[in-house]
Write a protein that binds this ligand. Structure first.
Ligand SMILES: Cc1cc2nc3c(=O)[nH]c(=O)nc-3n(C[C@H](O)[C@H](O)[C@H](O)COP(=O)(O)O)c2cc1C
Length: 576
């Protein structure tokens, strides 16, 4: 058996991997000697390549005038990107440096020739992208060798590829793979700048390793973890010490005690959730609109055709819905998750395609979904929460879209709280008396058919739930496990929160009721959970609108705890 490297050499390999950084600041003007640059390029040239095609070329750029033209191209795309960001992200992006084209003595371009080696290049015929992958591996080698030489490398991708290719005189059959800024640096940061700046977080390795099949997450030598069980185990009660500190600070802030009303309790709960006083600002924020269709629509419980679900998804993605307008005002991002729309949706940016089924079954005829489908939707929701938090969000907002989902919500609320269907069922988008009576009857029939057991939350979700309810429950659990606040919208989110809290009672600590919707079942839910709504405007739209409206209130509560002076610090006399 071939031997591995001696320990100190092996450590050096792992060290260079761990200490390689994308560098954008602190470049020194010192030139890079030709022999050093030669070694680094030789390392790049030893990369593996599909069919040994070696599809890369390296263009070494030092000319100032050329770099200035290239920097102008990057600046234009940076500005376009910045203009498209929601407010909560835009201020963070402003602080980020995304290129060092003029700060570095050498810029390197790694290109790819997808035609090199002719038609029968081994492996490339079946997967044309393997040519690009090969050039990326050359970049990786280069990046590691540069780190070992003490050279910083920063990758810039804010380009229109053909525009850049024209500036470099690339023939049409060559593609730009990477634009790299290279130079000596004052130091290498221990962590990615984007992590230090709070833009994104490193995902734990355990989220990325699967045993045998996708979804069976587990590190080598460990049993695969059930993601739902994993999240449930991670949910813990609020931190009593941080809550006490927040209460105490509220009392010392330069204002009469209690004068911030319900916002004082919001700040205390945020501190308890974060385990810190003051808690981090709940910004940036992202609303996830979970969309799905409902078999119970066939019972005539809504005046709207089922196709409206898919049509509204398109509207959210085009930025034309109320939630988009409110989110733009509040500086939040909107992302749409298809967990069960009964139509094929075009892949567009902002849509997470996570369809589990094309809608549920009619719960008056049988369970709306199988237990496996309910579990899959829960896991989908918690993974969306994880991804949005890893992407740097500090506050999650629930949204939903699904024609007939107030009927499913009413059934869920009755099952979890024991409420009477006549008290928990509302008029949804607006229905006449006959339809309303039918809707109550549908909920009653569902309840008597399934005889739900609230101690079996998965069974209740499977019996009545929409796929969006189950996914929203998972989203809430995911937020609670990561100790990130989740602002709940109306009755659909409320029904989902009942399921989440039934699965993990401490998940309630992460939940903030954005508003009280007009559906009677929502009031029942908020009372049952003991959550005080922040906004009460008679909204009955869903989409996440009420929760987005409450975002500035939650953020203000945290900011007050952080920024407001205390009597002692400001030298203001306290009440006698
Ligand atoms: C394909 C690719 C494109 C990138 N483009 C940019 C970019 O345009 N601007 C930038 O500042 N960083 C860019 N980066 C750097 C990443 O932000 C960086 O690798 C990531 O935050 C992890 O940090 P680390 O490389 O220091 O570990 C890019 C990285 C890769 C792999």
């Amino acid at each position: 058996m071939a031997e591995g490297y001696p320990p100190e050499q092996r450590d050096a390999v792992y060290r260079v991997i761990a200490e390689r950084r994308d560098v954008r600041r602190g470049f020194r003007p010192d030139p890079v000697p030709a022999d050093v640059l030669g070694r680094v390029l030789a390392a790049a040239h030893q990369a593996p390549s599909v069919g040994f095609s070696q599809p890369w070329d390296f263009i070494v750029i030092t000319d100032r005038a050329r770099r200035e033209r290239i920097a102008a191209l990057a600046r234009r795309h940076r500005d376009e990107f910045a203009a498209d960001l929601p407010g909560g992200r835009a201020s963070a992006f402003d602080q980020l440096k995304i290129e060092s084209i003029l700060d570095t003595p050498v810029n390197l371009v790694v290109s790819c020739d997808r035609t090199r080696g002719g038609r029968h290049t081994l492996g490339r015929a079946t997967q044309p992208r393997t040519a690009d992958f090969s050039s990326v591996l050359a970049v990786a080698n280069l990046w590691l060798a540069a780190r070992a030489e003490g050279l910083g490398v920063g990758w810039v991708s804010f380009f229109d590829e053909r525009e850049l290719a024209a500036e470099l005189g690339l023939p049409p059959h060559l593609e730009v793979i990477a634009y790299l800024c290279v130079g000596y640096v004052t130091d290498f940061a221990p962590e990615p700048e984007l992590a230090t700046a709070g833009w994104a977080r490193r995902r734990p390795l355990a989220w990325a390793v699967h045993a045998e099949e996708f979804g069976r997450r587990g590190l080598p030598g460990e049993e695969p973890v059930d993601p739902l069980a994993d999240v449930l185990a991670a949910i813990a009660p609020p931190d009593a010490e941080a809550m006490a500190a927040a209460r105490e600070r509220q009392d010392r802030m330069t204002k009469p005690r209690g004068s911030l009303g319900a916002l004082e309790e919001v700040s205390v709960r945020l501190a308890g959730l974060a385990g810190a006083c003051p808690p981090p600002l709940p910004e940036p924020a992202c609303a996830a609109v979970f969309a799905a269709d409902h078999g119970v629509h066939a019972q005539g419980v809504s005046p709207w055709p089922q196709e409206v679900t898919a049509q509204m998804v398109a509207n959210f993605l085009a930025g034309g819905a109320v939630v988009n307008a409110f989110a733009a005002q509040a500086g939040a991002e909107v992302t749409v998750v298809d967990v069960g729309v009964a139509a094929d949706l075009e892949p567009v940016p902002g849509l997470l395609p996570r369809k589990i089924a094309r809608g549920t079954a009619d719960f008056t005829a049988g369970p709306a979904m199988t237990r496996d489908q309910a579990t899959a939707a829960l896991v989908t929701g918690l993974e969306v929460a994880r991804d949005l938090v890893a992407a740097g969000n500090r506050c999650l907002i629930t949204g939903d879209m699904g024609i007939a989902n107030t009927t499913a919500s009413a059934a869920l609320i009755c099952a979890f709280t024991g409420a009477d269907p006549a008290d928990a069922t509302g008029r949804g988008t607006g229905i006449d008396a006959a339809t309303y009576a039918r809707k109550i009857d549908v909920v009653c029939r569902g309840l008597s058919r399934h005889e739900p057991d609230p101690a079996d939350p998965l069974g209740v979700l499977a019996a009545f739930g929409g796929l969006e309810h189950a996914a929203l429950a998972g989203f809430i659990l995911g937020a609670a496990a990561l100790r990130v606040p989740v602002i709940l919208d109306g009755v659909i989110a409320g029904a989902a929160a009942l399921a989440a809290v039934a699965l993990a009672p401490d998940a309630l600590g992460a939940c903030f009721a954005g508003h009280r919707g007009a559906e009677p079942g929502h009031a029942v839910t908020l009372d049952y959970l003991g959550l005080r709504p922040l906004v009460d405007l008679g909204l009955r739209l869903g989409e996440g609108t009420g929760a987005v409206l409450a975002l500035p209130l939650v953020q203000s509560a945290a900011r007050a705890l952080r920024d407001v002076a205390t009597f002692d610090s400001a030298g203001v006399a306290d009440k006698l």
